[in-house]
Design a protein around this ligand. Structure first.
Ligand SMILES: Nc1ncnc2c1ncn2[C@@H]1O[C@H](COP(=O)(O)OP(=O)(O)O)[C@@H](O)[C@H]1O
Ligand SMILES: [Mg+2]
Length: 278
């Protein structure tokens, strides 16, 4: 059997936040969005970040993407301090942002048209190698028959599958997911967890997933960090070593529900602390 357990020490660090803090605005109007936070994510790790609304989860994603600079501290991705230009990242958000005038195939291929080093060969490879690459991904998520459809012809779950393909097509070393399954119904969401899991098991990108679905975090992640309410900081960091591939029935087993319950209490405590201060 293949061992999919991953230790933090054995693998190189993909993302590191070192005392990174973020505040918006200046002087009296300054809003602290993220307290000094230190976090190391190993290459190939699947990290879920959970916490109450407004605690700074998306802020951490934006730091890792290089779209946002920390107000103090440092963010190091792939051994370098981040700047948006240097990184090859993939991103997916709650609403799939596919372009309505392009087919699913062309939507998924879009990063290859834009991102280095792929873009220089886009013209010569778009009907051969790049097309094959897109079709392999679409087949992995069960969308092979929909390559020539337009986004409006697909359901929400199918759109999010295509969106994940687009986030992965340029082989990003880092995949940033911000509540990507949040808008889907329960059954579709569970199907997408399985899809996401097999994409990860096959390609092993480093994943940083923001979610407030604890079951989702437990199903997908190899490690879960819990954040306190605003201004956020990480208050718990646990390894999740349930065997893979995980299945929905596993989420009803005692070990899984115990993890869920423990995380739930942490988040509830973090929320009441804030309510009492207010
Ligand atoms: N551009 C901004 N200007 C001012 N405040 C912001 C800005 N972006 C986020 N914030 C605040 O920072 C906090 C953290 O935001 P965010 O990271 O989006 O939280 P969440 O954990 O819900 O993803 C929130 O309280 C939010 O209101
Ligand atoms: Mg958010």
């Amino acid at each position: 059997m293949i061992d999919y357990s991953e230790t933090r020490d054995r693998h190189p660090v993909a993302v590191e936040l070192s005392q990174a803090a973020v505040s918006f605005g200046r002087g009296e109007r300054a809003v602290a969005a993220l307290q000094e936070t230190s976090l190391k994510i190993a290459e190939g790790e699947f990290l879920a970040l959970v916490g109450p609304s407004g605690c700074g989860k998306s802020t951490i994603l934006k730091l890792a993407s290089g779209l946002l600079q920390p107000s103090s501290g440092a963010v190091i991705v792939g051994g370098k301090e981040v700047s948006a230009k240097a990184l090859r990242i993939g991103m997916a958000f709650q609403n799939p942002t596919l372009l309505p005038w392009l087919t699913i195939e062309r939507n998924v291929m879009l990063p290859l048209k834009i991102v280095r080093p792929f873009r220089s060969q886009y013209r010569s490879k778009k009907n051969t190698e790049y097309r094959d690459r897109v079709h392999t991904l679409l087949a992995d998520v069960g969308l092979q028959r929909f390559a020539n459809h337009y986004p409006w012809q697909l359901s929400g779950g199918m759109l999010q599958r295509a969106n994940l393909c687009r986030a992965l097509v340029h082989e990003p070393s880092l995949l940033l997911l911000d509540e990507p399954f949040g808008a889907l119904d329960q059954f579709t969401r569970e199907e997408l967890w399985a899809t996401m899991q097999s994409l990860w098991m096959k390609r092993k990108p480093t994943v940083l997933l923001v979610t407030h679905d604890l079951k989702e975090a437990g199903f997908l992640a190899s490690r879960i960090c819990v954040m306190s309410a605003r201004p956020g900081r990480i208050i718990d960091d646990s390894t999740v070593d349930f065997a893979r591939p995980r299945t929905v029935p596993m989420t009803f087993e005692p070990e899984f529900t115990a993890l869920n319950q423990r995380l739930r209490e942490l988040i509830i405590d973090a929320r009441t602390d804030v309510a009492e201060e207010a």
